[in-house]
Design a protein around this ligand. Structure first.
Ligand SMILES: O=C(O)C(=O)Cc1ccccc1
Length: 341
């Protein structure tokens, strides 16, 4: 863990994060603090900024120059699927999610900019990837870890990762992945998540005994699901829940997922907008192999993770470095889960 020295010159701080990127400085768009036996680690989001930039065109050429043939991975990861439900028949060529074993040493060379996300087609992360990089080819991955590895091994150009929700708060597991991997935050995108209750054709709300979804989605629909008096079961992603309900033709089980997932997996929408808060925003990070070098032409947000020796007022002193320079912190997150590092 690189620690932040309390230097009087804030430019030193920024240069450490941009010119000498380390895995711990990889959070190059927000600040974080967490703890080992004798140290505490903290994540902070510094905001002299409002928005983040998304300059994938610049780095694209460098990834291309080193790129090799990717068609083997594409062939492996594309599969055709047809799902039928009642008289609804949805046919779409769905990419098969990458697993860790697909991550052989090939690099991304395709004509399209490839963006990894966790989940199946129809997951919110897929929509966030499309919002972040409108013309991209979104590449589904089974696990969050696989999205990181796909970028690190040049199989894709970027990864998009949910990090924080307006209702559910920070997704700590994904902070952990940011710290363990060597990717850099190069942008962020906010996506309004609108959950639907999906079931097979003919199934009514009264028939439901069980609802499947991603834990965040279940948490965000707590009130509606409590009223339905169903058993909630967590699965890896919302679209995976929809696919599972469809494939098994369940009559007593629904999924919480997107309206897009209802179309892809041939499910009916029993209820629209079941999230407890109508303003349900999830913040996704855009991750790349190379950091952005902040300039002065527009606002930037910087994220840093650092550790502090245990002692009275250490966090106060660290935060004073920013306060004294009028640097706005948008978020301070103690990363207690890093104690074991
Ligand atoms: O499971 C999904 O579809 C995801 O992309 C993760 C997620 C779940 C709930 C809200 C936002 C993102």
């Amino acid at each position: 863990m690189s620690s932040l020295s309390l230097t009087p010159d804030p430019s030193t701080f920024f240069s450490r994060c941009t010119k000498e990127p380390s895995p711990r400085c990889a959070l190059s768009t927000s600040v974080a603090v967490a703890g080992s036996r004798r140290r505490s680690f903290v994540a902070l989001s510094i905001s002299t900024m409002v928005s983040l930039h998304m300059d994938y065109d610049n780095t694209r050429s460098s990834s291309r120059s080193q790129a090799m043939e990717l068609s083997r991975v594409l062939d492996q990861s594309l599969s055709s699927s047809k799902i039928e439900s009642g008289d609804i028949s949805v046919s779409r060529s769905l990419p098969k999610p990458l697993t860790a074993s697909d991550l052989v040493e090939v690099t991304s060379t395709g004509p399209r900019f490839r963006v990894a996300y966790q989940g199946l087609p129809g997951a919110y992360s897929e929509s966030a990837a499309a919002k972040a990089y409108p013309k991209c080819e979104a590449v589904p991955c089974e696990q969050f870890e696989t999205t990181f590895e796909a970028v690190e091994r040049w199989q894709v150009d970027r990864a998009v990762l949910p990090i924080e929700n307006s209702l559910g708060g920070s997704i700590h597991r994904n902070y952990d992945l940011l710290i363990r991997h060597k990717l850099h935050i190069v942008g962020e995108v906010r996506f309004a998540v609108r959950h639907c209750l999906l079931a097979n054709r003919g199934v009514k709300k009264e028939n439901l005994r069980r609802v499947l979804s991603h834990p965040q989605a279940l948490a965000q629909c707590e009130h509606t699901l409590t009223k339905l008096a169903v058993v909630k079961e967590a699965v890896d992603d919302t679209a995976g829940a929809a696919q599972f309900v469809s494939i098994n033709q369940f009559r007593d089980t629904a999924a919480v997922a997107s309206s897009l997932a209802s179309k892809i997996y041939g499910l009916d929408i029993l209820v629209h907008d079941i999230q407890d808060d109508s303003d349900n925003i999830t913040r996704f990070l855009m991750l790349a192999r190379e950091p952005i070098i902040p300039k002065v032409d527009r606002p930037f947000k910087t994220s840093v993770v650092f550790s502090l020796e245990e002692g009275p007022g250490v966090l106060f002193k660290a935060l004073a470095v920013f306060a004294m320079r009028n640097i706005n912190l948008t978020k301070v997150l103690p990363l207690y889960f890093l104690r074991g590092l």
